[in-house]
Design a protein around this ligand. Structure first.
Ligand code: ADP
Ligand code: MG
Length: 242
């Protein structure tokens, strides 16, 4: 049984009174432990798809299934609880809480899950260390660069070891060394059995996935599994553009 599934998913927004069909019948089944990259031009519906899969927004038609449960009709409270338990989400524009420090942002999901303050702090600092931003632990998010905020957002999403991680362009603002740190962390998560969906524009980031889906005008136009084998550091050392 797929861990996450979209069935005939449609999302229509109203933009200045005119309907914009952001998703136009998307069928997608993600198996447990898969690492899926979603690619496609700007405006093709990638963020919309991720938001619907996480239950942040509701489809205009179609269904979203999580672990065998249909979730698109659940109440906000139930969706929030489900997300807190099962989903880590990295927003395209980070959405860090400005009133909290970097470390507090990452601790928050751990505290909400019932961890004690000291353990939550330890977990947060460990993740920030892995991502190379632990030295900014006491700063407010606004004082960080875009790339640093992105890594803090990833640390927050991973803090609870959620079984599903949805990441919207998690390497979008990073230089290649920082991107490597992010992809290493995602690779480790997959080895631990977590399921990952990552929106990306970066072919090298996509090469770290085992399956690449291409969206265009709100539809899936390609869906292919890649050869396993190469490691993320190999792929990032290939050189070429960037
Ligand atoms: N809240 C919204 N209101 C109106 N139109 C939206 C909204 N969000 C997204 N769109 C439109 O839906 C389409 C898909 O957007 P999006 O999912 O953000 O694409 P991507 O992430 O692939 O760049 C675009 O045409 C975008 O302008
Ligand atoms: Mg987007």
């Amino acid at each position: 049984m797929p861990v996450l599934e979209a069935r005939a998913l449609v999302k229509t927004y109203l933009s200045r009174g005119a309907p914009v069909r952001a998703l136009d019948g998307v069928d997608l089944a993600v198996e447990r432990g898969e690492f899926v990259a979603i690619m496609g031009p700007s405006g093709c519906g990638k963020s919309t798809l991720l938001n619907l899969l996480a239950g942040f927004d509701r489809p205009s038609a179609g269904e979203v299934w999580l672990g065998g449960q249909r979730i698109d009709g659940l109440s906000e409270a139930k969706l929030a609880r489900l997300r807190r338990r099962r989903i880590g989400f990295v927003f395209q524009f980070f959405n860090l809480l400005p009133a909290l420090s970097v470390a507090e942002n990452v601790e928050l999901p751990l505290l909400l899950a019932g961890q004690r303050r000291r353990a939550a702090r330890r977990g947060a600092i460990g993740l920030l260390n892995e991502l190379g931003v632990a030295d900014r632990r006491d700063a407010g998010p606004a004082l960080l660069s875009g790339g640093q905020q992105q890594r803090v957002a990833l640390a927050r999403a991973m803090a609870n070891s959620p079984d599903i991680v949805l990441a919207d362009e998690p390497t979008g603002n990073l230089d290649s060394a920082a991107a490597r740190g992010v992809l290493d962390l995602l690779g480790e998560a997959r080895r631990r059995g977590q399921t990952l969906l990552m929106v990306t524009h970066d072919a090298r980031a996509a090469a770290a996935a085992d399956r690449v889906i291409r969206l265009r005008d709100g539809r899936i136009v390609a869906d292919g599994r890649l050869e396993p084998a190469r490691t993320v550091p190999d792929l990032l050392d290939l050189g070429g553009d960037q």
